[in-house]
Ligand binder design. Sequence first.
Ligand code: ATP
Ligand code: MG
Length: 176
Amino acid sequence: MTGKRKRVGLVHVYTGDGKGKTTAALGLALRAAGYGLKTVMIQFIKATECGEHYAASRLQPYLRIEQIGNGFVTGEPGTPAVRHAAHALWTARSIMVSDGADVLILDEINCAVACGLIGVSDVIALLEARPAHVELVLTGRGAPAEVCERADLVTEMKARKHPYQQGVLAREGIDF
Ligand code: ATP
Ligand code: MG
């Protein structure tokens, strides 16, 4: 780290239908971890292990990935998916307010809202609870307008071409 003084953190949103949202967040995480910033990614939706989990285990204690979403995306009240999403949100808030992360990435949180697992008001409450030094990154398709309005940086990945359209399935080490 270049200095002990707390930095000023910003809020990023990576959204859109093109590939690159989670990988952009992981790129940021790699960069932050390189400077010894405490970096935590909470995955709201995915259920399976992927390359980033193995890489994070080699970058401890600077990069930690917690997978809390259970992979299901129906928003019926009381379902496991809704409980997992609520737990992910609670975990994010706890990490933030206990100074557990300098960079906090909430992967697929936008999808969790779009699927009705959590409310937009929950995300806004989280933004309002953000300590000034925390860099907060929210990824996933369909970012709510209210969240984008409150963010400092919004990037929309636009799908122009994807190998999936040519029948190329997700590849280990590249897509997961
Ligand atoms: P990545 O994790 O590769 O950065 P992403 O976070 O932008 O992708 P998601 O919306 O989270 O994309 O989609 C999850 C999966 O779908 C990933 O394996 C990703 O490679 C793939 N994907 C992303 N965009 C597209 C697309 N336009 N068409 C088909 N598959 C896609
Ligand atoms: Mg993603």
